[in-house]
Design a protein around this ligand. Sequence first.
Ligand SMILES: [Zn+2]
Length: 296
Amino acid sequence: MAISAGVNWLRVWRLKLPAKIRNFIWRILSNCLPTMTTLRRRRVDVLEWCPICRQEPEIDLHALVLCPTIRGVWSLTSLGSYMGSTNSFIDWWNNLVSSNDSTDIKIAAAVLWSIWLNRNDVVWNGKHKPQMRELNSVPKHNYDTYWRKPPPHFLKCNVDAAIFNDPPRMGFGCLVRDEHGSVVAASHGCIFGISDPTLAKALSIREALSWLKELNLSNLIVESDALLVIQALKNKASDISSLDLIVEDCKSLVSDLHSCSFVFVRRSANQAVHLLARAVGSMKNNAFSDKLALLF
Ligand SMILES: [Zn+2]
């Protein structure tokens, strides 16, 4: 059994977790998880493809983090922010451990365990349980209820919109903060004729992405409390086809940005930018504005 270098094993063993989950984490970090590619290496006659999405070979990072279905699970937690920043599970884990407290690490371990149990049910019992149900076994405070700093070398852009009547309009705001929590850029504006909250949230994200592209920023985590919009941007099934064009615009803008991921957070974790959007929209005389402030 190959023991992986660069893993803080003491931290793993000190986690106050059920022994079966701690052992499971140890198995992954020791490259012993019996994924399809591992089984094939051991000359077991199985297909190497991921049994969930059937799009890529099943390695541990794919099975537990990057599989499109699994990303949906992580996106509902505060821990899915590092998706595009690594190409090995050990790097992903080390990043997680260095950027989070032990409560979040334990939650991550429990989520990983649930994901693997669900995957085994699919492979060995032919069951296709909805992944979201797995989160029911995870503590509810798993969702971000307060704002968190992005991991090292990342910028976090919070986006929000607020709706106003008489005349119908939306205010929007974007705040970019660095790994120390300092605001490095901010943008806000008001668009008249918008009265649908979901449309407003989608438009605010498009405005933010367009602005981030102008600033030529990279390694971005875009956070919003608009679950349906974030799911649509992550390619998950959504019933907001009326937003298809905006979502497509957003995806096109993302393709021009270097490393950009989307995360859903509760409104309480998006409070600062929510207040900014409300303040901007409440000014009736704020004819279409596109104010942009760079605070570097
Ligand atoms: Zn997959």
